[in-house]
Design a protein around this ligand. Structure first.
Ligand code: XIL
Length: 368
């Protein structure tokens, strides 16, 4: 074996020789074919991430092992949102996020931070009550400066603004309540339609080394919103507003048309910015029925969709723009989808026992 190791180091420039040797070594181990890569991150040339719950990381050994084995990048699923960090005006709680960052640093994982500004229920209640434009602008600026400074040098990147555009109009959101009557943070209405640009400037000031992302959902199926994001990027470039990347959340399902997925990835790549598939999950229950029994057929459709998404990303996005793919959750036991749709679903790569699914093979096959 020593002899072969020597040849490997001598012939690293020759792809063919290396491939041959890998096969040879695999055969030496008694395997007839090249072994499957042991983990998602091993298999991938770009970072693979998960949305992570620090409490599960601490308390659940299987969850922790799955994350540490397979992830190259961490995103906090909730604990870096404003409602968690700054629930009370003037009081900042960083403990849970700091724990996650400590683990990431100890394990050599990247941290992508999510998110500075979001209009919905993860905005702190006290902030949603502010109706004066100067007061809200100051509150947001202070928040970004304080939080950005706290995590400076520890996070690679930030989602600066999440979901700014309205689904129907494609314009900046202007609603104060949602369709269930819940109060929203009406950013557009209170501080004006150009607020997104200013939030990027504040973020850049707070942490000049961080890559700054705009993050959005529904880009595969909502042409107006896709167009709005692209126009925003063109405008930001013209005005030298610091933006480095775009996040495609990609909460899709097994029936989401491939053409829409490919179009969104292509258009994002064409901006020249980094592209992050930032919250990937693929629901198998688009009808959102209460009780769904998972079948081999559904798992196979999910396999195909994962393979398509990963392969399209790898094929279309130039290597230097590949920020990575982040899974929104670790296993089907902790996906946010069932809670959100009030239905049964199995959207992730690992089942509720943390065993790999066909979807996992789909991810790996998409990388080939
Ligand atoms: C979700 C979390 O997964 C849930 O646990 C939480 O209750 C609500 O938020 N788009 C986003 C994410 O940008 O932050 C959301 O995460 C899912 C939709």
């Amino acid at each position: 074996m020593k002899y072969f190791k020597k040849i490997v180091s001598l012939s690293l420039t020759s792809g063919k020789t290396v491939a041959f040797l890998i096969i040879f070594i695999a055969c030496e181990k008694g395997e007839s074919q090249v072994a499957k890569p042991a983990t998602l991150q091993d298999a991938s040339s770009f970072p693979v991430g998960f949305a992570i719950d620090p409490t599960a990381m601490k308390d659940n050994a299987t969850y922790q092992k799955t994350v540490l084995d397979h992830a190259g990048s961490f995103t906090a699923e909730n604990v870096m949102k404003p409602s968690r960090i700054n629930a009370q005006k003037g009081v900042f709680s960083f403990d849970k996020a700091d724990y996650l960052i400590d683990v990431a640093q100890a394990q050599g994982k990247r941290v992508h931070a999510h998110t500075f500004v979001w209009y919905t229920n993860t905005a702190p209640a006290w902030m949603k009550q502010i109706k004066d434009s100067t007061e809200l602008e100051t509150a947001l600026k202070t928040y970004i400066q304080t939080v950005g400074t706290h995590f400076k040098g520890k996070v690679a990147s930030w989602d600066v603004v999440n979901e700014a555009f309205d689904n129907t109009t494609g314009e900046i959101r202007m609603a104060s309540v949602d369709d269930k009557g819940q109060t929203l943070l009406n950013l557009g209405g209170v501080i004006g339609k150009d607020y997104v640009a200013r939030m990027f400037q504040y973020a850049h000031h707070a942490d000049p080394g961080a890559l700054l992302f705009y993050n959005e959902y529904g880009q595969e199926t909502n042409a107006k919103k896709l167009d709005a994001v692209l126009k925003m990027v063109t405008d930001f470039k013209k005005r030298s507003i610091p933006i480095h990347g775009l996040g495609l959340q990609m909460h899709i399902n097994i029936n989401t048309p491939n053409v829409g997925i490919e179009n969104a990835i292509q258009k994002y790549a064409d901006t020249g910015l980094m592209v992050h598939i930032s919250e990937l999950d693929i629901a198998v229950n688009p009808a959102k029925t209460k009780d769904l029994t998972i079948t081999a057929e559904l798992l196979e459709k999910q396999y195909e969709k994962y393979k398509f998404v990963v392969n399209t990303y790898k094929r279309i996005v130039p290597v230097k723009q590949q920020f990575g793919i982040t899974m929104w959750g670790v296993s089907d036991a902790n996906s946010w989808i069932p809670g959100f749709c009030s239905c049964t679903d199995f959207p992730l790569l690992f089942d509720s026992q943390y065993k790999t699914k066909r979807a996992y093979d789909g991810f790996l096959d998409g990388l080939k």
